[in-house]
Design a binder for this molecule. Structure first.
Ligand SMILES: Nc1ncnc2c1ncn2[C@@H]1O[C@H](COP(=O)(O)OP(=O)(O)OP(=O)(O)O)[C@@H](O)[C@H]1O
Ligand SMILES: [Mg+2]
Length: 267
């Protein structure tokens, strides 16, 4: 069977037990196909369930009910070799970069690791791939010998993107991947991500609070509100024909920013 790169959510619900005994439904009724042919944006306010969804799609957390499947196999019952294949094809840029690198090892080591463990490259080959990936992301190579806590949040975020791209996965999942970057470099990193996806025929799941970056990079959009998908369609459909009040407020904010940018540029 040829690789179809897809992760299928079917009627997924994730409930967390609250401290006071109250259950909290973080994600509900989510049915969704993620694949290597689409750049899909997921937007929603803080607490709407975006990172929970990301953790479920990466097999870092499991649904309370419903299923999340990769190549027809539930993520929670995959064998070791299936997990290996999944990690080779689906990579995450996590929201919290401070805990996503081993604090005792250099950032170079962190970026190199998937090349050694997943692709089985030699150290020499892996180092060459790391260097070219760092260069493509305009990362200062001298930073690579530092430990994760010895660089800024924005610098660490770029290393996190480098680690996800270095093995050329078929699906890249980015949770707030550019939010710690300067606005001046956000655009170039977004362009790089987009080019990488087009060039490698990879899919993207791009999670963000805001519409501008997401609408720029994604062809399809999902809007989450209180754990459920309230809007889904092509980016232009969602931007121009949104129905849910929350989506409309997002679109209004987006239009205001875009028009003040234009008038600022005209001055
Ligand atoms: N491990 C957990 N235990 C209990 N509640 C949790 C847990 N993880 C998330 N939640 C709750 O689930 C809801 C969704 O959280 P989630 O992190 O998915 O939101 P988010 O949309 O990613 O928010 P943000 O934009 O701030 O990153 C929140 O109300 C959160 O407090
Ligand atoms: Mg989040």
């Amino acid at each position: 069977m040829s690789y179809d790169g897809s992760v299928q959510f079917t009627d997924v619900r994730r409930v967390f037990d609250g401290r006071s005994g109250n259950a909290h439904v973080a994600v509900d009724k989510v049915s969704l196909l993620l694949d290597s042919t689409t750049r899909l944006g997921i937007v929603g306010e803080s607490g709407s369930g975006k990172s929970t969804l990301v953790r479920l799609m990466m097999g870092l957390d499991f649904a309370t009910s419903g299923s999340v499947e990769y190549r027809g196999r539930d993520l929670k019952s995959m064998s070791k070799s299936e997990i290996h294949e999944f990690r080779t094809n689906v990579q995450l840029v996590a929201q919290d970069t401070s805990s996503s690198f081993d604090p005792r090892r250099s950032l170079r080591d962190g970026v190199r690791r998937p090349l050694l463990t997943l692709l089985g490259l030699s150290t020499k080959e892996a180092n060459e791939r790391v260097d070219s990936t760092l260069e493509s992301l305009s990362i200062d190579p001298s930073l690579a010998d530092r430990k994760p806590h010895q660089v800024s949040g924005g610098q660490r975020q770029r290393f996190s993107i480098a680690r996800a791209l270095v093995i050329e996965p078929k699906l890249i999942v980015c949770d707030e991947a550019v939010s710690a970057l300067d606005v001046s470099v956000q655009g170039s990193v977004l362009n790089l991500l987009k080019d990488h996806c087009v060039h490698n025929e990879a899919g993207l799941v791009f999670v963000s609070h805001g519409l501008p970056a997401t609408a720029f990079i994604c062809e399809e959009l999902i809007v989450m509100y209180q754990g459920v998908i309230v809007e889904q369609g092509s980016t232009s459909q969602v931007v121009f024909h949104s129905e849910h009040p929350y989506t409309r407020s997002l679109v209004d904010a987006y239009r205001t920013t875009a028009s003040s940018d234009r008038s600022g540029a005209a001055r």
